[in-house]
Design a protein around this ligand. Structure first.
Ligand code: SF4
Length: 342
């Protein structure tokens, strides 16, 4: 740790004998001796106190279309100020942001110091902006800073969006839920062996997170990155979408994203045909299924699940809503489309 760095005590941990600490934020439950850092690479035991090295800092800050998160059913066509840091509590071989997610906070030199107030003021000044997205790396690893910003953001009438792997324990999740208006959670596969081998995590906590969010007031969408030969088995995939429909609801939007080689993974890009097949399977069980990272306009547009009317047309990040007074219901048949319009 740099001598000049101001330390921020972490939330959710227990002090144990001999200055040992046990972190309770995520399912790793890291037990750390003084000087040791957790699997997320951002929380360290400093002389018997668990501290976070990512408070009052950002590594990335940008204004993005909300569709880029991806969220297709939450304020379509609007912008969102997006922030990220370093660290992640999963270690996916195919990570698209590994330069920030797999980096140790104390060895990262691209941070900008910033306060919650400055982030919220910036969000208030951006045109067509609905709020703040916590994204790019795993936001729950900067829980303390995110929580402070999110509360201030709500006080100022802004919305909060979390883009996450869902690998968090129930108590911290329930404490932050009232401040988060929408989530996009990665469901990487429906197979614990996949999670173990490819991410070093477990599937069960992610399923629990999804069920908790689906049962809350927050809006939920799911992303599944389809990776050649690793999670593209059609029967396992169908089991996953049936579980989403039964446990979370058929109205929860599912984004199937095309994989390209990244980080430690050299498998070839997912064939378009595979994505089209999985899209057809998912569409039998879920009302809103989308393809991402592909050039397929029709499969990224929103149609009424009842009468098939086109509601939102998308072309890349260009979004065209059917009418200026669209309120989230199909103007033709009146069916709700699970779209938050504000
Ligand atoms: S948040 Fe980090 S330190 Fe805490 S249990 Fe998870 S990986 Fe370990």
């Amino acid at each position: 740790m740099k001598k000049t760095e101001k330390m921020q005590e972490a939330l959710f941990y227990e002090k144990q004998k001999n200055d040992l600490v046990k972190c309770l934020l995520c399912p790793w439950f890291c037990e750390l001796k003084p000087g040791q850092t957790g699997s997320c690479k951002v929380r360290e035991n400093v002389e018997g106190t668990l501290v976070t090295h990512v408070y009052n800092k950002v590594a990335a800050l940008s204004t993005d279309p909300i569709e880029k998160k991806p969220l297709y059913h939450f304020y379509p066509g609007k912008n969102i100020l997006s922030i990220g840091e370093v660290g992640c509590n999963l270690h996916c071989n195919f990570c698209q942001n590994h330069h920030i997610s797999q980096c140790r906070a104390t060895e990262f030199y691209g941070f900008h110091s910033v306060t919650s107030e400055q982030i919220v003021n910036r969000a208030l000044s951006v045109r067509n902006n609905i709020g703040i997205a916590y994204t790019y790396n795993e936001p729950f690893t900067f829980y303390e800073f995110m929580s402070d910003i999110a509360q201030l953001s709500h006080e100022n009438g802004l919305r909060n969006v979390v883009v996450s792997n869902g690998y968090i324990n129930p108590e911290p999740l329930s404490r932050i839920l009232p401040y988060i208006d929408a989530f996009n959670i990665d469901l990487k596969a429906f197979d614990n062996n996949f999670y173990k081998k490819q991410t070093k995590g477990k599937l069960k906590p992610v399923k629990e997170t999804l069920k908790t969010i689906a049962g809350s007031e927050s809006h939920l969408e799911i992303t599944n990155l389809v990776i050649t030969s690793l999670n593209d088995d059609e029967s396992a995939f169908e089991k996953m979408v049936k579980w989403i429909a039964a446990e979370l609801g058929p109205e929860v939007p599912l984004h199937l994203s095309r994989y390209f080689p990244q980080y430690r993974s050299t498998l070839p890009p997912t064939p378009q045909k595979t994505l089209n097949n999985l899209f057809s399977i998912a569409s039998q069980h879920l009302q809103y299924v989308y393809l991402g990272n592909v050039n397929e306009g029709k499969k990224s547009s929103t149609f009424c699940s009842s009468c098939g009317t086109l509601l939102i047309e998308r072309n890349g990040y260009q979004t065209k809503i059917i009418s200026a007074d669209f309120d989230g219901r199909c103007p033709k048949c009146g069916a709700p489309a699970n779209i938050v319009m504000g």
